[in-house]
Design a protein around this ligand. Structure first.
Ligand code: IYR
Length: 221
């Protein structure tokens, strides 16, 4: 068995007061995150997009395989293709592929098959998962792929919000049209599509409530 080196890891220890202050401030900041479906066409710097993606790519993953690829798209003709591909699927979803109870659950969000945000947002980030790696030795399976890529996307949402931007976790279904449009290799499967930008001047969000502490948190002290 090959020998692997470990390196020292240290963090500055914060006082309890500083931990409370930091976590409160971060909680407050994150409490203003909302999924947004109405985007401004104002541009967003490529540097910001690179920073939020590389922050996402710092996520932990099964056996550190980092089984993800992030495609960042600003080319208008590509965004148009993606919009048309998504709308084609969504027409079928809203036209009968989704159950009545599903459509009822979606009613508060006022969604339909039309996805103008896929052209309005200055950037689309398409996240791909890699169930396996392909090398000369053959296929090597990755581990906990959905969990790993889900963690990376959680960090991506956080980084986008912290940068003062908005996004939407959009899952046109099925999503395989994205693999074709973006010419992804055989070992990549579309995981999530995120428009990124500023909210439109007249953007609204549904009046939803987050679950309370009593509903989501159980202590065992
Ligand atoms: N994919 C469709 C429907 C949809 C499904 C869920 I679950 C949502 O939370 C929101 C929408 C669409 O994007 O409209």
């Amino acid at each position: 068995m090959k020998e692997y080196q470990h390196i020292k890891y240290r963090r500055v220890r914060l006082s309890t007061e500083a931990q409370i202050a930091n976590s409160e401030q971060f909680r407050e900041m994150m409490s203003t995150r909302r999924s947004v479906r109405h985007f401004s066409r104002d541009p967003v710097s490529k540097e910001v997009v690179e920073n939020v993606i590389m922050t996402a790519a710092s996520a932990p993953s099964g056996a550190n395989k980092q089984p993800w690829t992030f495609c960042a798209i600003s080319a208008p003709e590509m965004k148009k293709k993606i919009r048309l591909g998504a709308e084609e699927e969504e027409k079928l979803n809203y036209g009968g592929r989704m159950s009545d109870s599903w459509l009822e659950d979606l009613a508060p969000f006022d969604t339909n098959w039309e996805k103008p945000f896929l052209e309005d947002a200055p950037w689309l980030i398409v996240v791909f998962k890699k169930p396996y790696e392909e090398s000369r030795e053959g296929k090597q399976k990755n581990y906990y792929v959905n969990e790993s890529v889900g963690l990376a996307v959680g960090i991506l949402l956080t980084a986008i919000h912290q940068a003062g931007l908005v996004t939407l976790t959009h899952t046109p279904s099925p999503m395989n049209f994205l693999e074709k449009i973006l010419h992804r290799p055989a070992n990549e499967r579309a995981f999530l599509l995120l428009p990124v930008g500023y909210p439109a001047a007249d953007a609204t969000v549904p009046d939803l409530q987050r679950k309370t502490r009593e509903e989501v948190l159980v202590w065992y002290e």
